[in-house]
Design a protein around this ligand. Structure first.
Ligand SMILES: [Zn+2]
Ligand SMILES: [Zn+2]
Length: 195
């Protein structure tokens, strides 16, 4: 099952020009089985998310991309009350809830600011980011090899042309946010580029 684990939509991500419905249409047309909404520092309202899922042609998952002192962090399984700009606080909440944190686009623009202690906050990194360069993705994929879980992949789409450039291929079907978290925890997945 092919899921794009990194997508931004308007208006919840201010930098995105992509309407949620359009994201889903394009992702379906480009062969994805699902997308995960990862707005910047912002959770979807549960009623809005339910309405979007109701009309969606593919599966819709929900996570968040937090802007932290250690860079951008893709967090799966956190609650909005856990969101923080301090990675240490996010990591504490993740440990308490069983959530998983992945360092997003770790080779982009000097964002890799972790130390030998703080790198332990992360299950792994985003190994393939559809908005990064080939060399950045090679560096990120190399970094992912040092973690307990494989690196994930996502488009980081903010506009139409970027949808579906990268994704994560899961060995088993994933039907809910809880199952997505379990699938990630299992390690039975790989990041893929889909140019
Ligand atoms: Zn980011
Ligand atoms: Zn992003």
């Amino acid at each position: 099952m092919l899921i794009d684990l990194h997508c931004h939509t308007a208006p919840r991500s201010a930098c995105s020009a992509l309407a949620p419905g359009r994201l889903l249409e394009l992702a379906a047309a480009r062969g994805l089985d699902g997308v995960c909404l990862t707005e910047h520092d912002c959770a979807w309202d549960p009623a809005d998310l339910a309405a979007l899922r109701e009309a969606a042609p593919i599966a819709v998952f929900h996570a968040v991309e937090l802007t932290t002192d250690l860079g951008h962090v893709l967090a799966f399984g956190l609650e909005p009350g856990d969101f923080s700009a301090e990675a240490a606080k996010v990591a504490e909440a993740a440990a308490r809830r069983g959530a998983l944190l992945f360092l997003a686009h770790p080779a982009r623009d000097g964002l890799l600011r972790v130390t030998r202690e703080t790198i332990e906050y992360f299950a792994s990194v985003e190994a393939l980011n559809g908005s990064d360069s080939r060399l950045q993705n090679i560096a990120a994929s190399g970094l992912a090899r040092g973690f307990r879980l494989p690196g994930i992949g996502g488009s980081d789409a903010h506009q139409e042309g970027e949808v579906g450039r990268a994704a994560t291929r899961f060995a088993a079907a994933v039907r809910s946010d809880a199952e997505l978290l379990e699938a990630l925890r299992s390690g039975a997945y790989e990041a893929v580029l889909l140019e």
